[in-house]
Design a protein around this ligand. Sequence first.
Ligand SMILES: [Zn+2]
Length: 497
Amino acid sequence: MELPDKLVHYDQRYPYLILIPIGREHKKVRSIGHKYERSVLSRLNDLISERALLSALPDDVMLPVPIGKDETIYPHLIRPDRMLWRDISVEDGLILDEEDVYEEDFTKLSAAALAVHVNHVLQDYQFNTMVAGYSREYWLNQIAEAFHLHPLIKLTRKKKAVIQSLERMNQSSLLAVLKYPEDVARWRDRLEYMMRPFRTVPASWLNKQQNLCNHEKHLTFDSSRRAIACHCENCHYTVEYTVDQHMISLQEEFNVMKAETRLGKLEDEFTHIINHNHDITSKLQQLAELKSWLLTDHHQLEENLHVANWIMYYQPESDVMNQYPALMVYRELKNMTLPHNQHNNALQWLSTFEIDNMAVLTQLPNWLARLPVDLAAENRADREELVQLLELVKYQRDDVVIKVKDFPLTFEKAQMVINLVETYGDHYPTHMLVHMLSGKATHKIRSLQLHEAQTFGLLSDWPEKYIPQLLNMMEDHGWLSKQRKGYTVTSLALDML
Ligand SMILES: [Zn+2]
């Protein structure tokens, strides 16, 4: 406890006590005059002096005793851990919360109970004086260092790749297609049980090289065991650091040797499962190779896919994809993660696959039979066909693209509405856009000279009440997007123009 010198008061009669004024703006303890107070202080002082004579205490031991205003004793001793690294100013004085003091009312304890209590408090003071000799930062560093020396943490770091592979594999959709399902189910059960030690420590603690997680920590002190507990509210995790051993106990401890052996077993058992699944692994290898091959021409494939998507936009029922196998396969595989087996480790390799549709495994033979030999040449030829096809299917000027009741909107007019929204849509509220389209030259429209716009009155032959409906339908088509004020044009609409 760092108390400003001006705040503490020593009294020759009680050499083992420090008197501390508490309460707002209580800056000084003058002499203790009351008889009752003097007797309580004497009791405390005598108790410590007896123990000091038995050499049970360090030479310079002193017990802080809180003194309230009017020189009355505050009947609870101050918890030293609550005062650690706390700045106490002479101006404000020392203001105590309920948590800042021990529960025991020391003025009411029997002689025996008081001896026990004072003993305990002195032990706390001794430990906290030692702790206070260093900064909070120092202790957090010590705790972090000891944490990373803990056998389970060291093992988790050493086996990080295996642990991650096992956890990923456990979530993998590939498990559903592996033989034999009973073996896979048993393996998963065992994994759930055996991975527990590695799951109890939060990742945010493990991932740091030398530190703990980034959150604020709460430290509590146990002087009898000379230990500091470090808690993170955010991670719901606590470790305990024993100062003399420079060691950490985790919130839950495990047999680390056993945990390591079990990791090896899980790996072996998985290898055993894979040995029955060469047909699947060879298909996965083929898929990985197929994707790499497609990626050699991915610029052209992306371009073709863009055109094909527009064809499907205009003709949702079209099976255009099916006519272009390279493009179809590319679209299926482009977002999947299909790695090559680089490590020669089945677990690590298979765990990195991300396949959202297992049907690709059954479709593979069919695909392989249909794919071209010269991918680049085929893609260029496909591109020409697709562009021609798009020209045939896309909207023509006079195509009716939307109808509100009996009022049709041609593609040409839709383009003009989109242009109008692009220019004015996010400056003006919907009702003004409606007035512009219907050609209603209100005072507001005139004052902004919007009646001179080229598109003013574009839908003057429409009943005005249908125009908001039209804007809604254009939003449903994905061309416009409603804003807090007015509308904006979507990228789909801009692409279409
Ligand atoms: Zn945390």
